[in-house]
Design a protein around this ligand. Structure first.
Ligand code: 6PG
Length: 245
């Protein structure tokens, strides 16, 4: 599926467009299938998007929220992606606790926690072994090194094709992450990329030819839609010739 790009003039416009797109996608999934399954990105870019979503009315009981990756820290740790999204959004709306599916980080064993979450995914989506659940929407950011979720350059998890959730590593520190097969089963993946610091990595990720091991965001080629929301600072000269692939 060719990617679809939108370049917004600045970060505020990117945030507004992203929130509107997410709401539209969730409403569409609920209308079509009675439920929306969303996976959130971590990092700093999505936080104002979550704060904007907190101002919207959505059929909360029909929405299930997951995370595409998580630092291996307690849920109340300042680095926790779960903590960020709950403070920015989910604690501010009448969101049913049963519909919250954070990546667990309490076993003291990242691989065991990853396996536990994989079992939770299979139970929620009612998928058998060998089948891959299809999220309605997965939000992703992209690091200035071209990583996404916790798929960091030159790490073993980039090769994982059997598990749905696995252990990524950033500077040797464990993180839990959705794997490439799970990301690519999504009906829609939305990348949110802001800031001039992302320009070089974006060029490498979007180039016709390139090394996915060095720029892991290249591995995200979902069966469904692939959408990029960029601000002008991140797009830079790309604005004149975005690839059609
Ligand atoms: C995380 C994210 C990570 C993030 C990128 C971009 O846990 O940090 O999942 O993949 O999306 O590093 O982060 P920024 O949005 O802060 O630039």
């Amino acid at each position: 599926m060719p990617a679809n790009f939108e370049i917004l003039p600045d970060r505020a416009a990117l945030v507004a467009r992203a929130a509107a797109f997410v709401a539209e996608q969730l409403q569409g999934a609920i209308a079509a299938r009675g439920q929306a399954n969303l996976a959130l990105a971590g990092g700093s870019t999505p936080k104002p998007v979550y704060e904007t979503l907190a101002q919207l009315e959505l059929p909360w009981e029909r929405l299930h929220v997951f995370w595409s990756d998580e630092r291996y820290v307690p849920a109340d740790h300042p680095d926790s992606n779960q903590r960020m999204a709950c403070q920015a959004w989910l604690n501010r709306v009448p969101f049913p606790a049963a519909n919250l599916h954070p990546l667990p980080t309490g076993a003291g064993d990242p691989a065991a926690d990853a396996a536990q979450h994989e079992a939770e995914l299979r139970a929620h989506f009612q998928t058998a072994a060998g089948q891959v659940p299809a999220f309605d929407l997965i939000l992703l950011g992209m690091g200035d090194d071209g990583h996404t979720a916790s798929l960091f350059p030159q790490t073993a998890v980039l090769e994982e094709r059997d598990r749905l959730v696995a252990v990524g590593r950033k500077d040797g520190q464990p993180r839990l992450t959705f794997t490439v097969p799970l990301l690519n089963q999504a009906r829609c993946v939305l990348f949110l990329v802001s800031g001039a610091g992302k320009q070089a990595a974006l060029r490498a990720v979007l180039a016709e030819q390139g090394d996915a091991n060095q720029y892991p965001a290249r591995l995200v080629q979902p069966l469904g839609e692939l959408r990029w929301l960029l601000d002008a600072a991140a797009a830079g000269a790309l604005a004149d010739n975005l690839p059609s692939h």
